[in-house]
Design a protein around this ligand. Structure first.
Ligand code: RNT
Ligand code: ZN
Length: 417
């Protein structure tokens, strides 16, 4: 028996004493796929323009060595990260990450520009998700894409949106696993608008055009993502939460909640149960807001744990597509991925190791004393031993050992880029 196994056996007994079956929790965790966002590895630049500049709508800061410069480097890094994360997952691609020698613009992309990604995904046994890219492009004019007053601008982006759906459908068909196609649009204004409604109406109509064609939902599902603010859109964002709640509910789309897109004290964990009552499903962008920014690496904070609990307690995992969304260019980018992925899994595991029914019974009897006693004591239960065992079982490094692997990789590969 390894040390990790020994500790697991002790933890298992402690959990069993409060009615928690650790084996069951591990079985469940094994089935959970998280969509890892490709854009952490190159600071959201993509491969469409050789100098890949961020020219509007989104921003990453920092210049840590080793960012991926080509699709091949990105895949190499993703494989490294996957080797340090237990389980099989998905990769979330953005349109600007196409892999082709052809010079194509966003309104010209086709499935064939992504065949190499599909071949790779098959080889890896992972699924793919997709996102049209509505930023860093000269056709983003005056802070607007789909909501621009000029029809020519809107039409460019509408065409892009339609093509993105076809690519997502192609992913799903080829890989036999639904690809979520997530729409986020930065459109907004830096300062207080006079007219908040017209851009919203235009955004709604543009989206309706994009979604006019019904695609097979076994292959692709559309999601729509809201935001309260953005870089250069501090005062007004057309695609706000209310906008997309309304849009997603009336158009039968998945609603994407990004943890960093709300007022600083507003949390998405508290929205999941409401959405579950009314929406067909949710996509999550697990992220972390700091001040006005929304894209810090996911750490084991209270909100992450609360998200995990809401998903597990309400049995929402099968209706929820969990993805990550952050981009920190000041640290080794692979560590950013591994920390975010492993933390998200750990938060789910922690939730799965809770005697939920017992806690529910206390609450139903209005025994709030027991409820707080148990929830506080549970915080000290040895979930880490269960997690380490899960890593060992999945043949990925336990504890800090994963970092040694990344350090080697940085020395041998990243620092030579
Ligand atoms: C931006 C949104 C969006 C992006 C990605 C790159 O605020 O969160 O999801 O991060 O599309
Ligand atoms: Zn997001």
């Amino acid at each position: 028996m390894t040390n990790v196994q020994k500790r697991y056996e002790e933890a298992k007994a402690r959990y069993a004493a409060i009615g928690v079956d650790t084996e069951k929790a591990l079985e469940k965790l094994q089935t959970i796929k998280i969509s890892m966002h490709c854009w952490q590895d190159d600071d959201v630049k993509g491969f469409m323009n050789p100098d890949g500049e961020l020219t509007g709508g989104i921003m990453a800061t920092g210049n840590y060595l080793g960012a991926a410069r080509t699709p091949a480097e990105l895949r190499q890094d993703v494989e490294k990260a996957y080797s340090l994360i237990p389980g099989k997952h998905k990769l979330n691609l953005h349109a600007i990450y196409l892999d082709t020698d052809e010079k194509v613009d966003l309104n010209e992309i086709e499935p064939r520009h992504f065949t190499k990604w599909v071949d790779w995904a098959k080889e890896q046994g992972v699924g793919l998700d997709f996102n049209p890219t509505f930023f860093s492009h000269p056709m983003m004019k005056d802070g607007y894409t789909l909501a621009h007053p000029d029809k020519e601008v809107r039409d460019f982006w509408i065409e892009h949106g339609k093509r993105a759906r076809k690519i997502s459908e192609y992913f799903g068909r080829e890989l036999g696993e639904t690809s979520i196609d997530n729409f986020w649009v930065p459109d907004g204004m830096k300062d207080n608008p006079i007219d908040r409604m017209s851009p919203r109406r235009r955004l709604m109509e543009s989206l309706d055009e994009i979604f006019a064609e019904d695609l097979d939902e076994r292959y692709t599902k559309d999601a729509v993502e809201s935001k309260l603010f953005g870089l250069g859109a501090e005062a007004y964002t057309a695609g706000s939460h209310e906008f997309y709640m309304g849009y997603g509910l009336t158009r039968n789309k998945l609603i994407c909640l990004d943890a960093g897109h709300f007022h600083p004290t507003e949390v998405i964990s508290n929205k999941l149960s409401s959405l579950a009552l009314f929406s067909k499903g949710v996509m999550l962008h697990v992220s972390r807001p700091v001040r006005w920014d929304s894209d810090h690496v996911v750490i084991m904070d209270d909100e992450l744990q609360e998200i995990g609990k809401e998903l597990v307690r309400n049995d929402l995992l099968s209706k929820t597509n969990i993805g990550l969304d952050f981009f920190d260019a000041t640290i080794n980018r692979i560590t950013a991925w591994v920390i975010g992925m492993r933390n998200t899994q750990k938060a789910l595991l922690k939730a799965m190791l809770e005697p939920t029914q017992e806690l529910r019974n206390m609450e139903n009897k209005f025994d709030f004393t027991s409820r707080i006693v148990y929830t506080e004591e549970l915080k000290d239960f040895p979930y880490g031993d269960v997690w380490n065992y899960f890593c060992e079982k999945n043949n990925v490094p336990v504890g800090l050992d994963w970092y040694t692997e990344v350090q080697k990789y940085e020395k041998n590969i990243l620092s030579k880029r």
